[in-house]
Design a protein around this ligand. Sequence first.
Ligand code: MLT
Length: 259
Amino acid sequence: MNQQTVNLSYDTYGKGIPILLIHGFPLNRSIWDAVIPSLSENALVIVPDLRGFGKSPVRKDGYSMDIFAEDILDFLNRLGIEKIAIAGHSMGGYVALAVARKARERLSGLGLVCSRVGADSPERRESRYLLAARVLAEGAQVIGEGMPAQLSHRIEIQERIREIIQDTEPEVIAGALIAMAERPDQTDLLADLNVPVLFIAGSDDLLSPPALNQQMHAAIPGSLYFEISGAGHMPMMEAPAETSRALRYWIDVISANWG
Ligand code: MLT
């Protein structure tokens, strides 16, 4: 095992072509629960927790998109999986892009769910550094107060997100914020990946709005785009049936190219 990597906690479901679903910030693999029954009817669905999140080991330091990606590649090696389609939610999409940058030959498809390919603006970067410092000084509740409402307008989903945040170590939240601030622009990578690329947007998402997703989709000929009506930043929880349909369409395209 690469010295820096950690052993990720994960679940697998179903049989078929392998699909990896990566959660966003500051969440864990349980966000995918409602789409798994449908996806696992014709795919091997693998859902890990990124380092520090959910049940994966907490490291007080060592957070970057490259390190998250190294953990994933090491994890796939341990599972003996050579080629896989990866869909990432928001920060999970940044991780999926970092995996693609390191090992594009291992990707059979790339899905970005409410995510983005560009880097942070200088203002956004600065606000992440400030937030990371506050989380380290004051605790995870700094994020737990305001963030859930930005992710979904559904109260029960906000409550679930708040619980997840409360269970996450401040060092992990701060590390991931800094990792997001320092992630590179991946626009050039996506343009010549040559695998089925999927974009899913929530119609009401303010963090990764439909217009941004349409722009990314327009820049990648042949890519797929689905807008989930009435969903915010958490379509897999807010509208699992529609989100599953979009992911299954993408899986069908990958299956047709498989082999
Ligand atoms: C996420 O949902 O993973 C984050 O909101 C992404 C971000 O802040 O860029």
